[in-house]
Design a protein around this ligand. Structure first.
Ligand code: PLP
Length: 388
């Protein structure tokens, strides 16, 4: 599949028709174990399903093909994937350098779960190469970045950071959840590993949790695979299958998410009610040029700062109807969230805290006119409440 373009790989990689019946969709292998032909006589290598399941294998082949990796592993959630990666690669005494606005759960995993086991974590503003250079230590094993970041959509230059990290002997992990591989290919830009919350754009329909690690080369595959097998946070067959099904329309969905989000960002930029519009597709965004160079679209996530402050932001988040108030992102349906009390509650009071006048939109693929009308009505409602 590697000689085919992205949209073709997304539909066909790992998805060969069932050889016994010709079913065009490979079966969901809803089974916990596999019969052996004599002791140790495994068919296609399958024994017990914590170690491997054909539906999971089919998703892992598809994930590797999407990111241009040598292989991929699929997990029960994005954080389970991150945990397996970190424990597979790090040892006590190692240091992890995190971008200063990475996903709150990643920060929590490192500082509250892994820190007691001797892994040290510091955060840094990755868009400033001098700060990055100063923050890297001899013990730095991993530089972890997210671009665009959550929820402020900051953009960092993957190739530049990778070059610096490699020169210092560190490896680079990119959380590619926000862009998805349809819009950004970190391994091709030099990154060593990619992680995903497949719960988001890859699954795409808000009906399954999942995570993935994709490997740019063979160095860490066995260590992380061992964690997957020994700890067992694997994706279940039905979850793997739902994710595979979602991925087949990824290229198409990302185009529509990007188009809708661009239009909404431009609409918001013209409204005095919003003091900030965080969206890399706007020429005024400080990361616009880097995003335009390293992404093939700007994605469906955007955040808005309400000029009137905290109360207006909270009221706005509670006033939409097509945009539903919920955590998560990346589904076909539009969501609105209030990060400082929702997705980013775990980083309140830390250096990763989100401004309290910010709402985050996950722009879905509904009709654009309906989405803008919904936001317009919410603004009117906020105005009425404030005038009372
Ligand atoms: C949601 C998310 C995660 C965590 O994934 P889960 O599937 O919720 O465990 C990690 N990184 C980013 C950027 C996310 O949005």
């Amino acid at each position: 599949m590697s000689d085919h373009a992205f949209a073709t790989r997304a539909i066909h990689a790992g998805q060969a028709a069932d050889p016994t019946t010709g079913a065009i969709i490979p079966p969901i292998y809803q089974s916990s174990t596999h019969v052996q032909d004599g002791i140790g006589g495994f068919r296609e290598g399958y024994e017990y399903n914590r170690a491997g399941n054909p539906t999971r294998s089919s998703l892992e082949t598809q994930l590797a093909a999407l990111e241009g990796g040598v292989s991929a592993l699929s997990f029960a959630s994005g954080l389970a994937a991150e945990d397996a990666l970190l424990r597979g690669i790090l040892k006590p005494g190692d240091h992890v350098l995190l971008g200063n606005d990475v996903y709150g759960g990643t920060y929590r995993l490192l500082t509250r779960v892994l820190a007691p086991w001797g892994v040290e974590t510091t955060t840094v503003e990755l868009s400033d190469v001098d700060l990055l250079r100063a923050a890297i230590r001899p013990e730095t094993k991993i530089v972890w970045l997210e671009t665009p970041s959550n929820p402020l959509l900051k953009i960092v230059d993957i190739a530049v950071i990778t070059e610096l990290a490699h020169a210092a002997g560190a490896i680079v992990v990119v959380d590619n959840t926000f862009a998805s591989p349809a819009l950004q290919q970190p391994l091709a830009l030099g990154a060593d590993l990619v992680v995903h919350s497949t719960t988001k754009y890859l699954g795409g329909h808000s009906d399954v949790l999942g995570g993935a690690v994709v490997f740019g080369d063979d160095r860490y595959v066995e260590q992380v695979k061992f964690q997957q097998f020994a700890v067992g946070a694997v994706s279940a067959p039905m979850d793997a299958w739902l994710t595979t099904r979602g991925i087949k329309t990824l290229a198409l969905r990302m185009r529509q998410h990007s188009e809708n989000a661009q239009a909404i960002a431009e609409w918001a930029a013209a409204k005095p009610e919003f003091s900030q519009v965080y969206f890399p597709g706007l020429a005024s965004h400080p990361g616009h040029e880097i995003a335009a160079a390293q992404m093939s679209g700007f994605g469906g996530m955007l955040s808005l700062g309400l000029a009137a402050g905290v109360d207006a932001a909270r009221a706005f988040a509670e006033s939409t109807s097509v945009f539903q108030l919920a955590e998560s992102l990346g589904g076909v349906e539009s969501l609105i969230g209030y990060p400082s009390d929702m997705t980013h509650a775990s980083v309140r009071g830390t250096e990763l805290a989100v401004p309290e006048n910010v709402v985050r939109l996950s722009v879905g693929i509904e009709d654009l006119g309906d989405l803008i009308a919904d936001l317009d009505e919410a603004l009117a409602r906020v105005r009425r409440v404030r005038e009372q």
